[in-house]
Design a protein around this ligand. Sequence first.
Ligand SMILES: Cc1ncc(COP(=O)(O)O)c(C=O)c1O
Length: 391
Amino acid sequence: MQLSQRITGITGGGSDGWDVFYKARRMIAEGENVIELTIGEHDIRTDPVILAAMDRSARGGHTGYAMVPGTQALRESVAARIQDRTGVPTTFENILITPGGQAALFAAHAATCNTGDRALYIDPYYATYPGTIRGIGAEPVVVRTHASDAFQPRAEDIAAEASKGAASLLINSPNNPTGTVYSAETLEGIAEVCREHDLWLISDEVYDTQVWEGEHISPRSLPNMADRTLVVGSMSKSHAMTGSRVGWICGPKEVISHLINLATHTTYGVPGFIQDAAAFAIDQGPDLEDGVAAPFRRRREIAREILADQNTVGLIPAQGAMYLMLDVRATGLSGEAFANSLLDTHKIATMPGESFGTAAHGHVRVAMTVDDERFAKALKTLVDHAQTLAK
Ligand SMILES: Cc1ncc(COP(=O)(O)O)c(C=O)c1O
């Protein structure tokens, strides 16, 4: 029996650059003591007060089908949070609750791209982006950034691809994997290209609470952008609720009304007790969010100190998100060869820059997701290893 090209083509074939990750997981399964600096998941769990709200809701009976677009309470809480943070008037009708940011990315592309349309995204990129675009039948088209620009996209590079025809542009700030926070200038340039070439802008803002330097600007707040921007948000990173699978799309009411049809025919919504816990968590305000982000803020400072007195390993200015992008080109190795050698020699697992496209070759991404002491030790070892290789 033949499977559809849509489903067999999602990964695009070829090496996906995740070999080091799988090797680390095998070593751990065999009982080795590997320090894992790979995946973007907090070392803390969901706060007990949020779990208590989830428990109250489930025991209170909210275990049946929930409203497909999301509960009124959560849609309103998300809308209020977005309006507070961006100043853009936002109501519950601008919000669809989804099972995580990933489902929102899929829905946003389904809403904006026809089969065969070109959908632009920025390299380096979060691993699922091209597969998500292929999954809705569009063609992923990459726009490269450069380490020398600290991976800020150039408007002219986006315009060059847009001028060949494209339906959408997907951006992500604060950025996974680079830690770059897009500047006002970058975002204004992007907005200009979107207006000029009539592109939908899909803005993945799942790291919006993890900003260490500069400020997070949502492009939906830029002039004439609210009608063409779909914002992807999530409770995963801001509230350490990765396993709860709850996120949202914020966009024009008309787009949301169509996306409710998509949700009806795919996910049929998100469990009510999860949504009640999410609404409770958002209503706690920024203090809870700051507490979840605090360990990464602290570890970024630890990293800056460790990396300050040497010039073998370069740090791309880590302005946000839970990652560091380290330039290891002075070792003469690719990111993948360096990551393999660090894992084999010191049992420290990092992600090769090549796992995220071609722009971050010769780099490794370090997730700041182990306790401060192990993190500092691992980073010092990484620097020593790079210096030994560079000699
Ligand atoms: C940039 C980015 N977008 C979206 C997601 C999806 O997150 P979730 O589906 O857990 O909300 C992730 C997860 O790591 C991410 O890094």
